[in-house]
Design a protein around this ligand. Sequence first.
Ligand SMILES: NC(=O)c1ccc[n+]([C@@H]2O[C@H](COP(=O)([O-])OP(=O)(O)OC[C@H]3O[C@@H](n4cnc5c(N)ncnc54)[C@H](OP(=O)(O)O)[C@@H]3O)[C@@H](O)[C@H]2O)c1
Length: 259
Amino acid sequence: MNTTTKQTETAGPAGAWNGSNPVAVITGASQGLGLALARGLAERGWSLVIDARTPERLAAADYELSKLTTVVALAGDVTDEAHRADLTEAASNLGGASLLVNNASSLGASPMPTLAGFPLDALVETFAVNVVAPLALAQLLLPQLREHGGELVNISSDAAVEPYEGWGGYGASKAALDHASAILALEETTIRVWAVDPGDLQTQMHQDAFPGEDISGLPLPQTVVPAFLRLLDERRPSGRYQALDLVGSRRTAADAEVA
Ligand SMILES: NC(=O)c1ccc[n+]([C@@H]2O[C@H](COP(=O)([O-])OP(=O)(O)OC[C@H]3O[C@@H](n4cnc5c(N)ncnc54)[C@H](OP(=O)(O)O)[C@@H]3O)[C@@H](O)[C@H]2O)c1
């Protein structure tokens, strides 16, 4: 384990930890959808291996989640091979991953450039974070997922299927991730592989995509967590899903506040 990573392992409240909790690896879990998913799984007793690049925000998430369950929080970048190995080792030490959520993602640039002027280094970085890293982490964790008959979730986007001006880099990378997910599902018949479009959410990434715009009317990330829990509960077949279809109706930030 490299020296720049931070690791905390904390037993959850009495009774919640019996040594056989299922283990989830969630990338990009210091804020936004990743943190909301981590909270949802922690509340159900899942042990967690989480990451993000910014140590301070990750430490805050770790502090909160560790009150609920066992957490290993490793600061690092999903494009870093050694960091991915650390995540894999941490999951193995907890008993092996039953779930991998490839959530960490890059927009490429903000404001988002058209393809004609898209800086190629940013394009390469977008594909490295959104396509190569999720597949690389899946390669490492597949043995654990197979052993547990588990699930692999690749977080997609409507930009993977709808062409929006300015979304060429990100959208193409998410389309590639969708296609890789569909092929992996055919190849890995003992696990489920889901590509999930969470819908528009009130997060930092969405704000970065629309700098200066008021996104306060968008649903909070926790409103779509039930969609993911439903996939897990119903052990839905491999495929591409939209969170909106699974939760029934679009909920707004105001809905979440009263829930
Ligand atoms: N928000 C939306 O409207 C929306 C819509 C469709 C799909 N999505 C998808 O939903 C997922 C979550 O997005 P979000 O909106 O929740 O984003 P967010 O709030 O910006 O959170 C992104 C998380 O990923 C981490 N991260 C980013 N790059 C990373 C890297 N290279 N290595 C490790 N961690 C990294 C961030 O922490 P650090 O910056 O500290 O690394 C943060 O914890 C993404 O896959 C996104 O494409 C979002």
